[in-house]
Design a protein around this ligand. Structure first.
Ligand code: Q9C
Ligand code: ZN
Length: 678
């Protein structure tokens, strides 16, 4: 059976290389590809993917995004001697040509298009192309920034032409601005282009005015170009996730793409000499995971930059593992975006307010140049030594030391964050009569009678549990929960005749088993007082009836109306539940579905799927037996077989959005990832 993830690679693309001394271009080396491949091999990831052979992109395909004059120029370099190659290279900014450049650039295009074919045709669900030279700086008639042909731009045009796609999202997480891609689609509303990039108030290369947040697209394309400038270096996991949650995802869900292409540059990762950012490899697992929830999962990643070999390779492995559906490592580090990030988020949201329904109730105007005056806004610390000119030899030494430092950090770090994946993903415990509702592939658990279980149960109000039926459903639940805690399974589900009692007892059991932090999301009416006062449990109750109690740090009531629009649902998930979850950093999640929950099947599936970015994907789902019709919608995301689809959405009612905005306002000092403004 073909694997769900395509991998496109050919080592011939390592033959393009720099033939002379050039300090600007020397980081773009063939080892970048070799290294990724070796690390994928070392992690046994290659055999888990569907291998797709590369081909050359044709002239017609290249002409989808480039002029024939420019194609001619590149073609001519094939026969050139070194001096002429050097001369042609000098006509462009930060580019080198080699006799094999034309061939490799054609292979990079062809590899990308083969990936698009595999994914759009449905042969695979998603995939990655490891290519050189990269593409996103390349323009209609110009090479730029190591890029010859714009692989991703050509891919978008190709997918439109060949498959008639009407909405394509391009996510450019490379640390540089893909100005080439921006130019190609700036007037095109059928391609939504998102790029974040090191900008430093236009001081950083390519230092363009049009890389700022107020470049939103032109003509018909207004609103379809999203730039998030990084005005400081040292941005890390929380900054990246905050921008995804508060900028990219809301707009992307509303845009409703049919295909997602990623300009996957890893120079935004830790240790990269160009980016000077701090995002650790597992961050790319989370970014990938978020994007897997768009376009029915059709996701194609194409390598762009990334110059620290180990950081690049670890991050590529994280990306591919996530595409394959493996559980995600937790994000490390304190989860709070820095001030400069908040300012950028605020500004992009304000600039895009006229074009997107999900931003229509923002009351914001751009904060012009605020962070220049905010000295505390930055994260990275620079010693004066960084500012002094160094001799080439001294530079070499500093660089070598820097590289080694990150190598060492990553060696330790990856050991800390990755834990062995249980061989069984999902298990379920339901009573006999409901076993038939489960897919036959699912591992089913028989309740076991254990001393620890009885101890937990006996600690509860006796009349709650005197019934035989209740007792069985509680033991069912604890059997599954216990396996999750012991890491024998990743996630599980249990039917319960009293979801409130089951949740309370699951929480108690976790505490007995020394699980430090539990996120409990309860959908529907809770009919008993839940004790969450020790700070180890965070309870979010999404419930139709307005709560008598007001929300506190560890007990949050989110009022939900039966007819609440999908738009509001997305903003509740990306703008509230996930930010709170990412701030809390739970070790385990309990999701309970009780009576009178009003989210809808598709919504519940999406929520369960996205929550798997937290807590090493360890999640116990409890379903009240009256809601047994939701079983299928719970199992799918747990087993990794959920393909989200919502279609286009209507604008939200202000009063519904207001409920979320008020809660965010109230809690953003406690849960810092909720912040989306300064
Ligand atoms: N003073 C990619 O990451 N730096 N390209 C130029 C000139 C060029 C990066 C500095 C960086 C190009 C695909
Ligand atoms: Zn780059």
């Amino acid at each position: 059976m073909a694997s769900r993830t395509a991998l496109v690679y050919d080592d011939e693309m390592t033959s393009h290389q720099l033939l002379w001394n050039d300090p600007v271009c020397q980081i773009e080396v063939p080892e970048r590809l070799f290294s990724c491949w070796e690390w994928l091999q070392g992690n046994n990831l290659i055999e888990r993917c569907t291998s797709v052979p590369v081909r050359e992109g044709t002239e017609d395909e290249i002409l989808l995004a480039h002029s024939s004059d420019y194609l001619g120029v590149v073609k001519n370099t094939e026969k050139m001697i070194k001096e002429d190659l050097q001369k042609t290279s000098a006509e462009y900014d930060a580019v080198y040509f080699h006799p094999m450049t034309y061939r490799c650039a054609k292979l990079a295009v062809g590899a990308t298009l083969e990936l698009v074919d595999a994914v759009v045709s449905g042969k695979t669900l998603n995939g990655m192309a490891l290519v050189r030279p990269p593409g996103h700086h390349s323009q209609r008639s110009a090479a730029n920034g190591f890029c010859i042909f714009n692989n991703v731009a050509i891919a978008a045009k190709y997918a439109q032409r060949k498959y008639g796609l009407q909405r394509i999202l391009i996510v450019d997480w490379d640390v540089h601005h893909g100005q080439g891609t921006q130019y190609i689609f700036s007037e095109d509303p059928s391609v939504l282009y998102f790029s974040w990039h090191r900008f430093e108030h236009q001081q950083f290369w390519p230092s363009l005015r049009e890389s700022d947040y107020d470049a939103v697209g032109q003509g018909m394309g207004r609103g379809f170009n999203i730039n998030v400038p990084w005005n400081k270096t040292g941005m890390g996991n929380s900054d990246y996730v905050a921008v995804f949650l508060h900028v990219l995802l809301p707009l992307a869900f509303e845009f409703d793409p049919e295909l997602v292409l990623v300009s996957a540059g890893y120079d935004s990762g830790i240790g990269d000499p160009e980016g000077q950012m701090c995002a650790t490899p597992e961050c790319f697992a989370h970014l990938t995971h978020f994007l897997m929830h768009l376009a029915k999962g059709k996701l194609c990643l194409v390598l762009e930059g990334g110059y620290h070999l180990r950081s690049l390779s670890e991050s590529v492995c994280m990306t591919v593992k996530t595409l394959l559906g493996d559980p995600l490592p937790c994000l490390s580090g304190e989860m709070a975006p820095c001030l400069s990030t908040l300012e950028s988020i605020h500004n992009v949201r304000a600039a895009h307010k006229p074009y997107w329904k999900c931003l229509m109730y923002e009351d914001t105007t751009p904060l012009q140049d605020l962070s220049t005056n905010l000295d505390q806004a930055g994260k990275a610390e620079f010693t004066p030594a960084d500012a002094q000119p160094l001799t080439p030899e001294a530079c070499e030494t500093v660089n070598r030391d820097e590289i080694a430092k990150t190598d060492k950090f990553l060696e330790r770090h990856m050991k800390e964050i990755v834990f062995p994946t249980p061989s069984v993903r999902t298990a379920a415990a339901v009573d006999e009569s409901n076993t038939l509702l489960l897919p036959p592939s699912l591992q089913t658990e028989k309740a076991v009678d254990r001393k620890e279980f009885r101890r937990v149960i006996s600690g509860f109000d006796a009349k709650l549990v005197e019934e035989e039926k209740v007792l069985t459903s509680l033991t069912n639940m604890m059997t599954v929960l216990d396996k999750i805690i012991r890491k024998e399974i990743i996630n599980g589900l249990a039917l319960s005749c009293a979801a409130s009692v089951s949740s309370a007892m699951a929480i108690k059991y976790c505490s007995n088993q020394k699980v430090q932090k539990v996120l409990c999301i309860f959908l529907g009416d809770i009919d008993l007082e839940m004790d969450v006062d020790d700070g180890k449990v965070l309870l979010i109750n999404v419930c139709a009836k307005p709560s008598q109690q007001s929300s506190t740090k560890y007990k949050i009531f989110l009022q939900w109306k039966e007819d609440t629009e999908t738009t509001t649902f997305f903003s509740a998930v990306t703008g509230f539940i996930l930010p709170v979850g990412y701030s809390f950093q739970p070790e385990l999640i309990i999701l309970a579905i009780g009576q009178n929950q009003s989210l809808g099947k598709n919504g519940i599936s999406l929520l369960i799927s996205l929550l798997q970015g937290l807590a090493h994907s360890q999640i116990l789902t409890l379903i009240q037996d009256t809601e047994v019709n939701l079983l299928k919608d719970v199992v799918k995301p747990l087993t990794g077989d959920f393909v989200p689809y919502f279609g286009t959405t209507a604008p939200a009612l202000k009063e519904n959005e207001q409920i979320i905005a008020d809660l965010r306002q109230q809690l953003q000092q406690e849960w810092k990832m909720l912040q989306c403004s300064v």
